[in-house]
Design a binder for this molecule. Sequence first.
Ligand SMILES: *Cc1c(COP(=O)(O)O)cnc(C)c1O
Length: 242
Amino acid sequence: MTDRSTSRDDELRRRLCLVEDEIAAACVAAGRSREELTLVAITKTYPASDVASLAALGVTDVGENRHPEARDKREELEDVLPGGAHMPRLHFVGGLQTNKAGQVARYADVVQSVDRLKLARSLSRGAEAAEREIEVLVQVDFGGEDAGRAGAEPAEVPALADTIAELPGLRLRGVMTVAPLGADPASSFEHLARIGERLRQDHPAADIVSAGMSGDFATAIAHGATHLRIGRSILGERPPLQ
Ligand SMILES: *Cc1c(COP(=O)(O)O)cnc(C)c1O
């Protein structure tokens, strides 16, 4: 191992420790246990070697937002994953075109960004063709200044979820949101948790509430998130326009 990768390992270890400290503090403040939470390290724009380092540090779940970057990194990871480290589960968290869904279905373990029926159907066909089962979250949009973003409206969630639950190759696991720009994330996260609760009345296995990124994960922990998607705080600032 070169000096450079050693120092990057050290940096990732240090940053991950700091994030875990903040998660622990937010858990104490919210009266929750760390075991209720899954950290999904968002590794977009960063190389497979970083994913390998995080896996060696015990990170079990990673996230990507673009195909084919996600696919290529996964293939490379097979070669660079250190012995003894488990292959992390891959969450696809980005906007997804219907015509790419079949390819994403070949390698993603979870697709967090399903916001329309056509995409769900396409993923289902892809999962069936690949003889895989994919966990799916319904991405919900709570409006805000950056309108027109990805995500189903809250009122659309029950019907979309019911359909996903019926589609072969897909397993409905819950809901996800990105807090709108310029709005208080607490109200979005609270609303998301309520939508998730309602969903579980009909779909008990849909117990994932994915909320919280580098800037707002403590708020998400306070409002019932089960999955945190943290990129920059662990890996560092990304270059602009990524
Ligand atoms: C990039 C991204 C994240 C992580 O954001 P950070 O600010 O880097 O923590 C989380 N969720 C989605 C959907 C993303 O695209």
